[in-house]
Design a protein. Sequence first.
Length: 193
Amino acid sequence: MDGIERISRRLAEDAQAEIDRVLSGAKAKAEETAQRYKAQAEAEEKELGERGERAAAEREERLVSMAQMESRKILLAARQEMVEKAYALALDRLSKLPEARYVSVLTDLLVQASSTGKEEAVFSAKDQKVGKMALSKANAKPGLNLTLSKDTADIRGGFLLRDKNVEVNCAFETLVRLARAETSGAVAKTLFP
């Protein structure tokens, strides 16, 4: 039995050596696979971190840009409001000129606005008296024979000049609105140098 035992032992030793060799190879392969996956996981983690940082930076940049745009819109709205107030103040001051100056302004406007010299001037109810005075001064100019209308206009100041089917609107509100279209840039520059 000595030979069978030796053969059995030899087979067992060979089997054990083969098992050790296979296990050693498997362990090495497992270690290599683990290292490869660990390196891949670290690379993906780094890439995700960088992507997250880039995304956060881009989001921050967008938010800052949106905040700046909103700030500019608010500033522009405030400036537009101030320009609007400047024109409202101009209209208010124009409507409240001292009587002599007011009559002079109306007279000049009547002379400039008249095309035939025979129009009818319509004033607001409050401006009937100064309107008569302005018409009297305007009619002193050669070629003018303007008349005062019995009608009144719902305007703050100025007048409407009628000749048959033609009406020239010289209401202060209209004149200020028309002047605004031409002067708003200069007014804004003056208000906000």
